[in-house]
Design a protein around this ligand. Sequence first.
Ligand SMILES: [Zn+2]
Ligand SMILES: [Zn+2]
Length: 273
Amino acid sequence: MEIVLTGTGSPLPDANRAGPSTLVKADDCHVLVDAGRGVLMRMAAAGSLPVFLSGVLLTHLHSDHICDLNDVITTHWIMSQGNGTLAIYGPPGTQEFVDRQMHALEADIGYRIEHHDQLTSGPKVDVTELSPGAEFSINDFRITAAATQHAPVHPTLGYRFENESAVAALVGDTVPCGGVDELAASADAYVQTVIRSDLVKLAPNSMLLDILDYHSDVEDAARTAERVGVKRLVLTHMVPAPLPEQYPEWIDLAKQHFDGEVVIGDDLTTISI
Ligand SMILES: [Zn+2]
Ligand SMILES: [Zn+2]
């Protein structure tokens, strides 16, 4: 199993970090988790394309995690010449979000159908809304969903991927909670979106202070990793985004609570497990 961080940014625009998304690959099965800003550029760099996707999983409907889903849908439609069906999984609300995306794309869909004989209908999208505890398979991946806590954003889900070789937990924005513990239990890699609460607290911008109560900070993630016995803690969606010379400080902070390996995510960082 390979985990490719296709976007390690946050809502804050960053020249070097695409918006939140992660690609999980095993052989020719590619599954995308979230679809933030610039996801298709990073997928292309990772040797993937929308037509290779066996599924797209959404953790929640915050715009930074879904703003490029329309690009995934449209490019999948065009590159499959209208023949492929894109499977999208997410929390309740996903179907309505996708329906509205399709509505927003209506003019474009009409132009392309008119222009290309191969296209006889709009994008084929199959949405499955998931409840916490849902278990399903995508090719050889067994996937479990669990509720995470990101109030007032509700519902939110994290995912556990298992195949014959490894276990990966991909957890979106959340504070530590039982759902995260379940997903990450004994995982080979636990990918967690994080903030540095000690630095965010220094922000002069009071709206930024609001993010403190619904994210894991680096120490929270490290404590979770230690508590549930994961092998590798992978940090992504970091706020504020660290510069490479600051990585040792972030790692030291995590290491105060966690004995395993700590990976600071860059775009296209790849973890093979
Ligand atoms: Zn969020
Ligand atoms: Zn986010």
